[in-house]
Structure formats: structure tokens, C-alpha cells
Design a protein. Structure first.
Length: 417
């Protein structure tokens, strides 16, 4: 199936490319004809035929593609509706299967009632199932034999109190209170079961009404679709008539444009001839102006060359004058520098002579004041002249001469070193 669809797509692609190539070639041929326009009725008629041919090919291609797209849209719409119907059926099946599964799990005691059935089942059904779960199932927690014997006595006496005595005969392992409690439970069980049945009947009736309403809505939607299709057909017919009307108007406009185009082509050719004449006249005038301009430029060049020569001569004279002045200034500067150098040499010689004279005077002074002293280490222990003069003024005292200066003791191992 997929291979077949791939081949179909390739064939459709090749067909579209072929049609587009045909349109492209027609347009190219029309463009080539428009490059060489001739203002003749035969040429205009030929252009008209070519334009009509190109337009018809393009229109057929568009119409074919439009029909293909409409068919594809219809197929998409029908496929979408079928998918929606299937989704609704699947949702309905899933709801029913999930409801049955929840009821089965509830009866088997695997799933709590409040969490599974309250949002999906009627209230009476939920209450009945909760009652069974809380009281031990459909037998009230009794085994099958005891419950059947109880039902036999209950049915025989239609629920009257005398059934208890008969039930005690068959149920030796049960007390009177057990049977009374089971009877109370059975009465509540029957009441809740009856409510459950009525609720299920109401729920079925409600579902039936909902199905009828859905059927009516489907019928109504089908009628609306039929009306919409009729309206679309009418709109298509109206659009087709409008298109034909527009096509006729376009044809008239095209004929008018073709005549206007031929007239414009003739006027354009005339304008081009006049323009060519004006351009030739302008070219001649420009040529004359160019000759005059070249002559004027040549004269200007000659004048500039003459001025350049005169300027070079002036510059050469000025350069020679500057050289002469520079030579004179250089000789002046050299004489001034030589004079300064001589002055510096004389000044240096004068300073050297003064320095030598100063050294000779210092040498003479040193010869006059030179003192020769002999070394006498013992005078260190003698009193000075100042001290002797002082002792003369004070008088004789018991002061002893400092002939002995105490020292620290010398170790025996260092004595004699």
C-alpha cells in the first residue's frame, strides 16, 4: 500500500513538473516576442493568441489543482469525522469495560467503593455494593448452606416472626439473635437491591434517551451538512458566473490594453527617433566643446610651464643668495667661536697659574710653622701643666700621682702571654 502511494506521488509530481515546464516555455516564448515589437495588426493578433494560450494553460492548471485540493479536503474531512466516531466508540467501550472491571474488583473486595464507583455509577448501586462489602457479601457473611436454609424458612413464612423457630430447627449452630440479625440484614438487603434495580432501570432509560437525542443531533447535523453543501454548490455556481463575467471584462480590458500598447509602442518609437536625433546633436555640440576645452587646457599648460620655468629661475637665484649669506654667517660664527676658544684657553691658563701660586704660598707657610716632636709615652702618666698650675694654687694635698691604674686580674693560664 505504501509503495503504491509513493508511486502515485511520484507520478503526480512528474505531471505537475511537466505542466509547469510547459507554462514556463510559453512565457519565455512570449517574452522573446516582446523584445522585437512591431506595430502591425498581425503582430498584435499573434501576441494576443500567445497571451490567450498562456492564460488558458495557467487557468487549466489552477482549476485542476483547485479540484484536487477540494477532493483532498473532502477526504480529510470525512476521515476526520470517521476518526472522531471511532474515538467516541473507543471511549464508550473503555467506559463500559472500566465500569465492569471496577464492579468486579469491588465484589472481590480489591478496590474501595468510594474511590472507584461513586463517579461512574448511580448512588443506589454504590450504596448497595458498599452494603455488601461491609456486611460480608450477598449471604451476609454466612455460608451457603446456612443462608439457603434461612431463605427457605423466610420464603415459607413470608418474613413473619414464626420463621425464626423453623430456622432454628435447621440451623443448629445459630442462635435466635443470629437469625434475627440475619433477618434484619436480609430485609435491608432486599430494600437496597430493589432500589438498585429501579436505579439501573432509570439509568438505562436515561441512556436510551441520550442515544435518541444523539441520533436526533446527528440527523440535524446531516441536514445542516446537506444544506451547507447546497449553499456551497449555489455559491460555486454564483462564483463561476462571477468568474465568467470577470473573464469577459478581463478580455475586454486586455483588448483595450493591446491597442493601447500598440499605440504606445508607436509613440515610443517616434520618441526614440527624436531622442536619437537630440543625442546626435548633443554629441556634436559636446565634441566641439571638447575641442575648445582641450585647446584652452593646452594654453593653460603652456602658461603653467612658462611660469614654472620662471619660478625655478627665481628659486635658483634665491638659493644662491641664501648660500652666499650662509657662507658669510658661517665665517662670522667660526671667528666668534675661535675668539671664545682663545678666551677660554687664557682663562684656564690664568686659573692654573693662580693655583700654582697658591700652592707655593702654602708650601712656604708650612715650612715656617712646621714642628718636630719626639715621642714620649711616659708623659701619659705625668700630670698636665694645667693640673700642676692648679695644685700650685690649692697647695699640697694628699693626692697621689696616678702612677698606678688598677686592672682586672689576669688568669694564670694567660700570664706570661
Amino acid at each position: 500500500m505504501e509503495h503504491k502511494m509513493t508511486n502515485n506521488r511520484k507520478a503526480e509530481k512528474a505531471k505537475i513538473q511537466q505542466q509547469l515546464a510547459k507554462i514556463h516555455n510559453n512565457v519565455k516564448r512570449l517574452q522573446r516576442q516582446l523584445k522585437d515589437v512591431k506595430p502591425t495588426p498581425e503582430f498584435v493578433e499573434k501576441l494576443k493568441e500567445m497571451m490567450e494560450e498562456v492564460e488558458n494553460v495557467i487557468h487549466c492548471f489552477k482549476e485542476e489543482q483547485r479540484l484536487i485540493y477540494e477532493d483532498l479536503m473532502k477526504e480529510e474531512k470525512s476521515t476526520t469525522n470517521e476518526l472522531r466516531a471511532l474515538e467516541k466508540k473507543i471511549d464508550t467501550w473503555a467506559l463500559h469495560s472500566s465500569t465492569r472491571e471496577r464492579v468486579f474488583n469491588l465484589l472481590s473486595g480489591k478496590v474501595p467503593v468510594d474511590k472507584t464507583l461513586q463517579n461512574h455509577l448511580p448512588k443506589e448501586v454504590v450504596e448497595f455494593e458498599r452494603f455488601l462489602q461491609q456486611t460480608g457479601g450477598r449471604q451476609g457473611g454466612w455460608d451457603d448452606y446456612d443462608h439457603q436454609q434461612f431463605l427457605k424458612a423466610w420464603t415459607k413464612h413470608k418474613g413473619k416472626s414464626v420463621y425464626i423457630e423453623e430456622a432454628l430447627e435447621y440451623l443448629s449452630g445459630r442462635t435466635k439473635e443470629d437469625i434475627q440479625q440475619h433477618g434484619t440484614w436480609y430485609q435491608e438487603f432486599m430494600i437496597l437491591e430493589e432500589r438498585k434495580k429501579e436505579s439501573i432501570q432509570k439509568w438505562k432509560l436515561k441512556k436510551q434517551q441520550e442515544k435518541q437525542e444523539i441520533f436526533k443531533e446527528n440527523q440535524k447535523s446531516k441536514e445542516m451538512k446537506r444544506e451547507n453543501l447546497q449553499q456551497e454548490a449555489a455559491q460555486k455556481q454564483k462564483a463561476e458566473a462571477e468568474r465568467k463575467k470577470q473573464q469577459a471584462a478581463i478580455e475586454a480590458w486586455k483588448r483595450h490594453k493591446e491597442i493601447e500598447f500598440a499605440r504606445k509602442q508607436a509613440s515610443r518609437l517616434k520618441e526614440e527617433e527624436e531622442k536619437e536625433k537630440r543625442q546626435q546633436k548633443d554629441r556634436r555640440r559636446h565634441f566641439q566643446l571638447k575641442l575648445l576645452l582641450e585647446k584652452h587646457i593646452q594654453q593653460k599648460e603652456e602658461q603653467k610651464a612658462q611660469q614654472r620655468l620662471e619660478k625655478e629661475k627665481r628659486e635658483d637665484a634665491e638659493r644662491e643668495e641664501r648660500k652666499r649669506i650662509a657662507a658669510e654667517e658661517i665665517s662670522k660664527f667660526q671667528e666668534r667661536d675661535l675668539h671664545k676658544l682663545e678666551l677660554k684657553i687664557l682663562e684656564k691658563q690664568t686659573k692654573e697659574e693662580e693655583k700654582k701660586e697658591k700652592e707655593r704660598r702654602l708650601a712656604k707657610l708650612r715650612e715656617k710653622v712646621e714642628v718636630h716632636v719626639t715621642r714620649d709615652p711616659s708623659r701619659l702618666y705625668k700630670p698636665t701643666k694645667g693640673w700642676e698650675e692648679r695644685t700650685k694654687e690649692i697647695g699640697s694635698t694628699d693626692v697621689q700621682a696616678l702612677t698606678y691604674i688598677p686592672h682586672r686580674a689576669v688568669p694564670t693560664w694567660r700570664q706570661g702571654l
